[in-house]
Design a protein around this ligand. Structure first.
Ligand SMILES: Nc1nc2c(ncn2[C@@H]2O[C@H](COP(=O)(O)OP(=O)(O)OP(=O)(O)O)[C@@H](O)[C@H]2O)c(=O)[nH]1
Ligand SMILES: [Mg+2]
Length: 483
């Protein structure tokens, strides 16, 4: 999981501070030391760390935070804001040409994710703008590079222009652009070759392609797993090509975070997108503020909500919410939920976007493999309709029958039912605003931002529910008295 160590260490630093109540200058110095170490360990560029720590310290001292209310809380806020600033403040959209086509050229080392990202971006533009993109296969060196792009193209139904491996890449691009003009494509992607290291010949070729195509956007694709090296690579490419934006890939892996935090500050070039998986839909706009929240373990609620809005039928979601609150969530809902989850991505991905969940021990039990999902379905489909709506019916003999029916071992049936009950309980608690691990970091007077708002909303809902319950109880008592 990305940022795991960094998140944990930053949270520890904040927790230690919060325990103090009153914060002295030496407490602040200690916290800053912990933050500095956490960042360095996450492979953040040394200069970036130095500037970051200095700014946070100065702000904390300058604003007389230590003397005010909730100093720990306010320092968390400052850290959050400065992380956001380091990564670029706001999302930067894709450059757009005045007249079609907008030309997007890719650059990056071998295996960084250029070809995959071309496909993801083309699909995104198709889905969001009804765009008609075309892709040019300009990697004539790596075996099967053209076939790979063609495969991506057929997967997302986007045409690929190619002239085999015997034509010079610059010539391929020239003819490809002519074809795109003829076909009125509104976006053209140029998929270029990668090398293991920055080499003269490749840079020369990329520079020639740039000179011919005048791209509106040169996207440098960087593998987030390469940490500190990623920053050097970025610098190298940028010196030669003057790139317009960065795509950070493999943020779904266990990257320590260094690249995400350093690239903008070192190169001055914005990260525009992040790749978070191998699927064509696994590309997201890079929002520095959301990323800062994610790094601090506050969850990326906005992206979660957007993902959910894209995939969820709103009415269905509302019904689900009602059921969760009434605690009448059953196995049929569980199956619906599984369907939705499979559409959205892995359960773990979704859960960790919820505030306080990133490091919640419950996460450890949430790992659901697609294969397991199939087994879960088999088990649920072997239940009777009655059992599905009333999970309490599931006594040992019924469980044995279900195991036989689904062809799954009994311990797996038991585990699935246990998991279901845990999920149900957790969802019910969350719907009551009970985000374990969230209080403290997010609550209190200074706790603005998404977390604060979420908690306020949850609190309001809880008050409403309690009122309703009280009214019900009162009404019941009145009826009894009348009798
Ligand atoms: N987990 C994960 N894998 C990714 C991501 N982006 C790309 N990959 C994988 O990384 C590998 C290399 O991706 P490519 O798109 O072929 O990389 P490339 O830069 O075109 O590589 P060359 O053409 O050899 O220079 C593939 O297995 C991709 O599936 C991502 O965001 N997350
Ligand atoms: Mg490639």
């Amino acid at each position: 999981m990305a940022f795991e160590g960094l998140t944990e260490r930053l949270q520890n630093a904040m927790t230690n501070l919060r325990r103090k109540g009153k914060v002295s200058e030496s407490d602040l110095r200690q916290t800053m030391r912990e933050i500095r170490l956490a960042l360095l360990e996450a492979d953040v560029n040394f200069t970036v760390v130095k500037d970051f720590v200095k700014t946070v310290r100065e702000r904390a001292l300058g604003a007389k935070v230590l003397e005010g209310l909730n100093p720990a809380q306010q320092i968390v806020k400052i850290v959050d804001e400065e992380l956001t600033k380091t990564m670029g403040e706001t999302a930067v959209p894709l450059n757009q040409s005045d007249k079609i086509p907008t030309i997007i050229m890719m650059a990056g080392l071998q295996g960084a994710g250029k070809t995959t990202t071309v496909g993801k971006l083309a699909l995104k533009l198709k889905n969001e703008q009804n765009a008609r993109p075309m892709m040019i296969a300009a990697d004539i060196y790596r075996p099967a590079a053209i076939e790979q792009l063609q495969q991506v193209g057929s997967q997302i139904d986007v045409p690929v222009f190619q002239l085999g491996t015997d034509v010079d890449p610059v010539e391929i691009v020239r003819q490809g652009l002519a074809q795109a003009k003829e076909n009125h494509n509104d976006y053209v992607f140029i998929d270029t070759a990668g090398r293991l290291q920055i080499d003269e010949q490749l840079m020369e070729e990329l520079a020639n392609i740039k000179a011919l195509a005048h791209p509106d956007e040169i996207l440098l694709v960087i593998d987030a797993m390469t940490g500190q090296n990623a920053v050097n690579t970025a610098q190298g490419f940028d010196d030669k090509l003057d790139v317009t934006g960065v795509v950070l890939t493999k943020l779904d892996g266990d990257t320590r975070g260094g690249a995400a935090l350093s690239i903008r500050a070192v190169t001055g070039k914005p990260i525009k997108f992040v790749g978070q998986g191998e699927k064509m839909t696994d590309l997201d706009v890079f929002h520095p503020d959301r990323m800062a929240n994610r790094i601090l373990g506050m969850g990326d609620m906005m992206t979660l909500i957007e993902k959910a809005q894209q995939q969820f039928d709103e009415k269905q979601a509302e019904e689900m919410n009602m059921k969760i609150q009434e605690n009448s969530f059953d196995f049929n809902d569980f199956i619906d939920q599984l369907d939705q989850v499979e559409k959205m991505g892995s359960m773990e991905d979704i859960m960790k976007m919820i505030p306080g969940m990133a490091n919640n021990p419950a996460m450890k039990n949430m790992n659901m493999d697609p294969k397991d999902m199939g087994h879960v379905r088999a088990i649920i489909y072997s239940m009777t309709a009655q059992e599905r709506v009333d999970p309490d019916l599931l006594n040992p003999s019924r469980r044995r029958r279900i195991a036989a029916g689904s062809g799954r071992p009994i311990h797996e049936v038991n585990r699935m039912i246990k998991q279901f009950n845990q999920t149900k309980k957790m969802m019910n608690q969350m719907s009551k605003g009970n985000f374990a691990g969230m209080e403290g970091l997010m609550g209190g007077a200074g706790g603005g931002g998404i977390g604060g708002k979420m908690q306020q909303m949850a609190m309001k809902r809880m008050v409403r529910q309690t009122k309703k319950k009280k009214q019900k109880r009162l009404a019941k008592a009145m009826r009894r008295r009348k009798r």
